[in-house]
Write a protein of this length. Structure first.
Length: 238
């Protein structure tokens, strides 16, 4: 159950990504390859989630802050209401969000984590690192291309997307894939968390608002993560 909160003022510079300056959230430093353990501040029962981080195949190999925010939100507010859901993570990188949900939430169906082919071995590695071979499947899904047949057959109705807004030329491709997923399952909900880093990110959000029903999600950590330039929305079919 979400805590009752007053809706934010659309003019609030603290809480609106459209009001944040271009240099508000600089890119973080890159990490050396290694294994990270994340307990999500007690929201995930022991043992912690273990993730191999390796940038050899691209920036998706690193854990990014929006993934932690989205994983914590799902663990806190959706732990028991996705038993029948068909869950897919987009742009999963190493699979942080999807693996956290598979570990900490009651899910009754296989869960897909997806990314480009360069990330596939890292996703597979992290599935095995957490003993989730029977619950999570790694799949290749390229934004802007037709949905893979296994994804089309799966018809996901909960889509997780964290820190997918980072490369402006990919924005139309990402929007096309989000649209395809909502056409495939019109009642689906996309949980979308991103860190605003550049002025172009505002244009992505404006385009999404024209295409989908975009709702800011309430979360008890919102006053903290919004000050760090992080924002959490749901996208649904308009």
């Amino acid at each position: 159950m979400l805590p009752p909160q007053q809706p934010p003022s659309p003019d609030s510079p603290e809480l609106s990504p459209l009001a944040i300056g271009e240099d508000f959230a600089p890119l973080p430093a890159y990490k050396a390859a290694g294994t990270t353990e994340i307990g999500f501040e007690g929201l995930l029962a022991a043992p912690p989630l273990r993730l191999r981080e390796d940038l050899a195949s691209g920036c998706g190999g690193q854990t990014w802050p929006a993934g932690v925010v989205l994983a914590k939100h799902m663990l806190r507010y959706h732990r028991d209401d996705m038993r029948e859901s068909r869950i897919l993570e987009l742009g999963a990188g190493g699979g942080l969000v999807g693996l956290a949900v598979a570990r900490g939430c009651a899910v009754g169906n296989p869960l897909y984590i997806t990314d480009q082919v360069e990330m596939h071995s890292l996703m597979e590695h992290n599935i095995g690192l957490n003993g989730l071979e029977g619950k999570v499947k790694a799949a290749i899904l390229n934004w802007g291309e037709p949905l893979p047949q296994d994804v089309a057959d799966f018809k996901p109705d909960v889509i997780l997307a964290a820190d997918c807004v980072y490369f402006e030329p990919a924005f139309p491709l990402l929007l096309a894939t989000l649209s395809d997923l909502l056409k495939l399952s019109p009642s689906a909900t996309i949980y979308f968390c991103f860190k605003k880093r550049r002025r172009a990110d505002m244009q992505f959000l404006k385009k999404a608002q024209r295409m989908f029903k975009v709702t800011e999600v309430q979360d008890e950590d919102r006053p903290v993560f919004s000050r760090e330039g992080l924002f959490l929305y749901t996208f649904q079919a308009a």
